[in-house]
Design a binder for this molecule. Structure first.
Ligand code: 1PX
Length: 215
C-alpha cells in the first residue's frame, strides 16, 4: 500500500469533497478544501513525474494548512472565514512584505485559491472541447489567463514545458475514471458550479479583507 497520493484518482471523489466544502451559511470548510486539492494532486501524480515540481509545491501548501488545522489553534481554522479572522486579529499574517509569518494560512491558501481559478478555466475548456481538442492548449490558455501572472518567468517556462507532456483528451478522460466521455462531460458540468462557488466566496472574502496581494 502506498500513500494516499499514489492511489487511483476518481473525479467523483473530488466532486464529493467540493460539495462538502460549503457550510449552510456559505463558509468554506478548510478540511474539505484541502481534501479536494489532495484528490486533484492524485490526478496530477498519475500523469507522471514531469509534473512532480507542481505537485510538490501543492503538497507543501496542503501540508502547511493541515498542520495549522491539527495544531493548538486548530479550532480557529475550521473555515476559511474563521482562519482569516483569527490570523488577522492576532497579527499572524505578513501583509506587505515577507517577515515573521512566511507560512500563514492566509497567504498559503491564497496560492491554492489562485490555482483554483486556473482549474475552473481549464475544466470549463475541457468540458466544452471537441474530441480533437488538445489538453495542452486548453491547459496553457487557462494558465495564461490566470495563475501565470503570479509566477516568475522560470516557473512559467517550466509549466509551459510540462503542459506539452499532457496526454491527449481521450487518455486524460480515461484517467478521470468516471466512464465514457459523455459521462466525464456530465460530471465536469456538475463539478464546475461547485468549484466556481467556492472560488467566488473566497475571492470576495479576500478582496473585502484586502488580502489579494499577500507576499
Ligand atoms: C480533473 C483534472 C484536474 C487536474 C488537476 C490538476 C491539479 C493541479 C494542481 C496544481 C496546483 C498548483 C499550485 C500552485 C501554487 C503556486 O502558484 N505556487 C507558486 C507560488 O508559491 P510561493 O509559496 O512561492 O508564493 C510556486 O512558485 C509554484 C511552483 C510550482 C509551479 C506551479 C505551476 C502551476 C501550474 C498549474 C497547472 C497544473 C497542470 C496540471 C495539468 C493537469
Amino acid at each position: 500500500a502506498g500513500t494516499e497520493e499514489d492511489q487511483k484518482f476518481c473525479l467523483q471523489e473530488v466532486l464529493d469533497t467540493f460539495k462538502l466544502c460549503l457550510s449552510e451559511n456559505k463558509e468554506v470548510y478548510l478540511e474539505h478544501y484541502v481534501a479536494g486539492w489532495r484528490g486533484l494532486i492524485k490526478f496530477l501524480n498519475s500523469l507522471g513525474s514531469v509534473f512532480g515540481f507542481i505537485s510538490k509545491d501543492a503538497v507543501n501548501k496542503i501540508h502547511i494548512l493541515v498542520t495549522l488545522l491539527n495544531g493548538e489553534s486548530g479550532s480557529q481554522y475550521v473555515t476559511v472565514q474563521s482562519m482569516v479572522t483569527y490570523e488577522l486579529e492576532n497579527d499572524l499574517v505578513d501583509l506587505t512584505k515577507r517577515g515573521s509569518h512566511p507560512e500563514s494560512g492566509c497567504r498559503t491558501l491564497l496560492r491554492l485559491h489562485r490555482a483554483l481559478r486556473w482549474l475552473e478555466l481549464f475544466l470549463e475548456r475541457l468540458r466544452t472541447s471537441s474530441e480533437e481538442g488538445k489538453t495542452s492548449v486548453m491547459c496553457s490558455e487557462a494558465y495564461n489567463e490566470s495563475l501565470s501572472q503570479f509566477h516568475p518567468w522560470v516557473v512559467r517556462k517550466a509549466a509551459g514545458m510540462a503542459f506539452c507532456m499532457l496526454p491527449g483528451r481521450p487518455a486524460f478522460f480515461e484517467v478521470m475514471n468516471v466512464g465514457p466521455a459523455e459521462q466525464v462531460v456530465a460530471k465536469l458540468g456538475e463539478a464546475l458550479p461547485l468549484i466556481s462557488e467556492v472560488y467566488q466566496i473566497t475571492e470576495e472574502l479576500y478582496t473585502r479583507q484586502s488580502l489579494m496581494d499577500l507576499p
